[in-house]
Design a protein around this ligand. Structure first.
Ligand code: 2PG
Ligand code: MG
Length: 420
């Protein structure tokens, strides 16, 4: 493509929403089109994720990313410069080959993904297209573009909020017809919830993903509060706004006794007993999505639970699949889940991310494009969700610019699609 050759690649160290260093990368094409990406970072990371390269030592408590930055500016830049940015697969596979490891530990997945995203963003500018349209052109997604249903994490727990709740996320899922109405409904419930918490004497400070983090009695109380807030805001629970949860149960699984430890509630569950509790939640609340109900290597429990759990909810693998096609294919074959959470930095390149998305879609799995708990102002996931017509996007609560940036981008995309 004329003018789309990569002429320069330049990475630098910036901060994420938790104040930790992360990689930013600017890619400039021969036409002059130029864009800068920033990569996110997780806290409750899956053991099977690719490696995020950190410097160690004293700077930033060991979390510096100068090694990853250097890898971009030297090794990767030398290999990728001159490549046509419309050949995303070629760029990504060149970096994968250069790295040569299973988990991108040589160059760092944060280095590789930063280049991968920036190349796609610069190409969109070169093509004079919004990113979602350009991604569709590059990857030829089979389904028509569509706006995802947001899953909004308004009550934060687990590792994101100092274990105020045993489950990591209690989310609301506005189901209105268009994005502007979904964002409005979400924000209205968020503010009603804040008032409810305040009136009951709970703190209304927010956790890493912008949701409230009160120390509630148990998960049921969290769901009850959400239903109350939905009603009070003038919406019908289930019909207008449903519920979702990320149990993030790998954080609670103990390999020694093979049980799930709800530390805050002081309860211990076998997988069978835990499934019973999930089924009770489904009976009492409009719970349409359950993420990581079982541990990342507890395959038998996933398989045991799917037939009953999937009657009312999407059963979503996050730490379980880690956006990895190999794990996903096993999950499809063994009937372990019916949906996948997609996080580009779990696998480390756009091409591999899209591979996971299309593999999932072919198998009839639902796709949820997701942020990380450590985020930046980069909004690529909003465009990706629309481009591949994901059923859902998970990008936090209705506060903090790192979260709201993605909702604002979805609002802009709705207008770009001529639907705003
Ligand atoms: C998750 C994510 C995002 P983290 O578990 O789904 O909400 O958290 O980025 O900390 O892995
Ligand atoms: Mg998760």
């Amino acid at each position: 493509m004329i003018g789309a050759r990569i002429s320069s690649i330049r990475a630098r160290e910036v901060l994420d929403s938790r104040g930790n260093p992360t990689v930013a990368c600017r890619v400039t094409l021969s036409s002059g089109a130029s864009a800068e990406s920033m990569v996110p970072s997780g806290a409750s990371t899956g053991v099977h994720e690719v490696l995020e390269l950190r410097d160690g030592g004293k700077r930033y408590g060991g979390k510096g990313v100068l090694k990853a930055v250097k890898n971009v500016n030297t090794t990767i830049a030398r290999a990728v410069r001159g490549t046509d940015a419309s050949k995303q697969q070629k760029i990504d596979y060149a970096m994968i080959a250069l790295d040569g490891t299973e988990n991108k530990s040589k160059l760092g997945a944060n280095a590789v993904l930063a280049v991968s995203l920036a190349a796609a963003q610069a190409l969109a500018i070169h093509r004079r297209m919004p990113l979602w349209k350009s991604l569709r052109k590059t990857f030829n997604f089979p389904k028509a573009a569509s706006l995802p249903m947001p899953t909004m994490n308004v009550l934060n727990g687990g590792a994101h909020a100092n274990w105020s709740l045993d489950v990591q996320e209690c989310m609301i899922v506005p189901r209105q017809r268009n994005m502007a109405e979904r964002v409005r409904a979400g924000a209205e419930v968020f503010h009603v919830l804040k008032a409810l918490l305040k009136n009951s004497g709970y703190p209304t400070t927010v956790g890493d993903e912008g949701g409230f983090a009160p120390k509630l009695k148990n998960v049921e109380e969290a769901f009850m509060l959400l239903v109350k807030a939905i009603r009070k805001a003038g919406y019908r629970p289930g019909t207008d706004i449903a519920l979702a949860t990320d149990v993030a149960s790998s954080e609670m699984y103990d390999k020694r006794d093979k049980k799930y430890h709800f530390k805050t509630e002081n309860k211990v569950y076998s997988a069978k007993r835990l499934l019973q509790r999930y089924l009770e939640w489904q009976k009492a609340y409009p719970l349409i999505l359950i993420e990581d109900p079982f541990g990342e290597d507890d395959w038998d429990s996933w398989k045991m639970a799917l037939p009953s759990l999937s009657k009312k909810s999407l059963v979503v693998g996050d730490d379980f699949f880690v956006t990895n096609v190999k794990r996903l294919k096993r999950g499809i074959q063994e009937k372990a889940a019916n949906a996948i959470l997609i996080k580009p930095n779990q696998i480390g390149s756009l091409t591999e991310t899209v591979d996971a998305i299309t593999t999932a879609q072919k198998a009839g799995f639902a796709v949820i494009i997701s942020h990380r708990s450590g985020e930046t102002e980069d909004t690529t996931i909003a465009d990706l969700a629309v481009a591949c017509s994901a059923e859902h996007i998970k990008t936090g609560s209705l506060s903090r610019s790192d979260r709201v940036a993605k909702y604002n981008r979805l609002l802009a995309i709705e207008q770009e699609m001529g639907r705003g």
